[in-house]
Design a protein around this ligand. Sequence first.
Ligand code: AMP
Ligand code: MN
Ligand code: MN
Ligand code: MN
Length: 277
Amino acid sequence: MMTKNYDLHCHSTASDGTLSPTELVLRAAEKGVSVLALTDHDTVAGIAEARAQAAKNGIELISGVEISTLWQGRSIHIVGLDFDIEHPAMQQLLANQAQLRDQRARAIGEKLAKIGVENAYEQAKQLAQGGEVTRAHYARYLLQMEKVSNIQQAFKKYLGSGKLAYVKAEWVAIPEAIQVIHAAGGQAVLAHPLRYNMTNKWIRRLAEEFAAWGGDAMEVAGSGQAATQRQLLAFWAKTFGLKGSVGSDFHFPCGWVELGRGLNMPDDVEFVLAEKA
Ligand code: AMP
Ligand code: MN
Ligand code: MN
Ligand code: MN
């Protein structure tokens, strides 16, 4: 039974969110979130600031990270929750991932230059304000330059898998990501299983392997889901012996995704932070 209001997946300026960790926590407080995990892409750089602000607002801040992994040639996101951010194995993994991110960001910039979009790496880097550079920053730059008329189109035309400026990265494999999260004392959560453009057959295969490798949970409640989608995720969690997590994947203030909004977990799924419920 979850009595508090949880949101265990969101982003700050440490990666591709637009709010600083402080602003993010202030917004979470305003929206009535009581337990918040900050899960930036491949970095824990925002956690200390978020934790300091959370203490002032009476919010319980859970350390988090969203690790990009490579599985069957696809990029799959694994959220780590409630671990020691100073753990050497985690620090090492995140340093490697940051290097892969920068290499890939440069390669994306080169591809864009070849098709007439100059200086994209520098501009994406500037938009990232010192945080990890993601494809979302490139999408924002392409929008700014009026190369596309919305963010979706930037992925459809340039940044999505196989598109004009797509560059595959050799992210860590899932078993290693799980192992490092566990070594640092945390839990490994398969993020947003319905957002990979995979058939149900492939998602089930992914969930099954993730569980077999020792994964702990999968995200069951997310933003903008149909009731039937949440039920399907709950069913898969139970089928593969995974606990359930809840997260908005908030990146920026907008009408369709909000911190802590509508993230109720189906009662028959074991909650990933049961001991904190
Ligand atoms: P990266 O981790 O650098 O590959 O970037 C992935 C990020 O880009 C995701 O976390 C989203 O924030 C964003 N993203 C990916 N696909 C889309 C899409 N179709 N529309 C909008 N944002 C997207
Ligand atoms: Mn993102
Ligand atoms: Mn993700
Ligand atoms: Mn995310």
